[in-house]
Write a protein that binds this ligand. Structure first.
Ligand code: UD1
Length: 325
């Protein structure tokens, strides 16, 4: 099929583009390179430099596409709480442009990168798709809102969608084909990698008094290659069954900040200084996914989401930037 990957030069987008290419699809990437990188583009794909706020450009790029994959969003939870306008504009208005362009151009399918942030503080674990949606961050709110738009455009315009609620995306392509570093990362594993490289002096551990075995926050890390595979499987499903689907994507394992840090010290052989500081507002103690529905409906299985692979594939990319011994 002809796939337009919006945000396809970014971290998850580039891995997803790679997966669609590997599975024989025709890929065009649409990206404004605000956080995406030219370095993340592949020779086999077409590239359109454009912004999702530019509706005519989006519509031109949409012509002839069978499917949109939408990953063009800001994703810093903390920033979304102090600059909601930025998230309204890009994540909400930009997504509405994407939906309208899909409707106007007759695009039949849309795969949306949603997030575990739609759930807010968990009421029970593991979190399945029936778990109530009540986001705690404005970022999570934007994802939950777009899911509601998707349901309406399905009903009114016949656009079938796959909404993929990623838990904690991490790692790099196991075959080393994506090498662009995320800019100003706030997520745990890239921050640990930057500390291992001495790009930053230390890891700040956000709280060690949570109700978890070692007191630090516990998360469900899922490898970006596994997430990428889910996008292709979701398109297979919605096109075969003519039916939309919303699924959680996680490894179903939970690792604490200290477990991730220990694994990183082991894998990298580097010192990685760390200091416990106060809790980060809004952080739940534990988050783990039930990926049962993704397994049952999509036939999805994580293959690379063990801690060792998450860290070693990241280190393969970061170690080129390491300073000092
Ligand atoms: C959040 C969102 C997730 C979103 C992702 C995108 C929630 C609940 N989750 O994940 O949906 O897709 O951001 O950015 O909103 N930590 C430290 N020090 C650091 C960084 C992180 O101790 O410098 C800890 C955090 O407190 C947390 C864990 O590491 O316990 C993971 O944090 P992070 O990687 O930022 O992801 P989430 O906040 O879980």
């Amino acid at each position: 099929m002809k796939i337009l990957i919006i945000g396809g030069a970014g971290y998850i987008g580039s891995h997803t583009a790679r997966e669609f290419l590997d599975r024989g699809h025709e890929v065009t990437v649409f990206d404004n390179l605000s956080s995406g990188l030219r370095q993340n583009l592949f020779a086999e794909e077409a590239f359109v430099y454009g912004d999702i706020m530019d509706y005519p450009a989006l519509l031109r790029a949409a012509k002839g596409a069978d499917c949109f994959v939408h990953l063009a969003a800001f994703k810093a939870v903390g920033e979304s709480m102090v600059a909601p306008e930025k998230y309204s504009r890009n994540n909400i208005s930009g997504s509405v442009n994407i939906l309208n362009a899909a409707a106007e151009a007759g695009v039949r399918y849309l795969i949306f990168s949603s997030s575990a942030a739609v759930f807010g503080q968990p009421e029970y674990l593991p979190i399945d798709e029936q778990h109530p949606v009540h986001p705690e961050s404005y970022y999570g709110f934007t994802k939950a809102e777009i899911e509601r738009f998707l349901a309406w455009y399905d009903k009114l315009k016949g656009i079938r969608y796959g909404s993929l609620r990623y838990f904690n995306a991490a790692g790099y392509d196991v075959r080393g084909r994506v090498t662009g570093l995320e800019q100003n990362p706030a997520n745990l594993i890239p921050v640990i990698m930057e500390t291992a490289c001495r790009i930053r002096p230390e890891l700040q551990v956000f709280g060690d008094d949570y109700d978890t075995p070692d007191g630090t926050g516990l998360r469900d890390y899922v490898h970006v290659n596994d997430l990428a595979a889910a996008h292709v499987l979701a398109l297979d499903y919605i096109s075969k069954h003519d039916k939309s689907v919303t699924v959680n994507l996680g490894s179903e394992a939970g690792f604490s900040v200290l477990e991730v840090l220990d694994a990183a010290r082991r894998v990298t052989g580097r010192e990685i200084p760390a200091k416990v500081v106060g809790r980060r507002p809004g952080d739940p103690a534990k988050l783990t996914a039930s990926a049962k529905l993704a397994r049952e409906l999509l036939g999805w299985q994580p293959h690379h989401s063990d801690l060792e692979t998450l860290i070693s594939t990241s280190w393969n990319v970061y170690k080129g930037f390491a300073r000092g011994a």
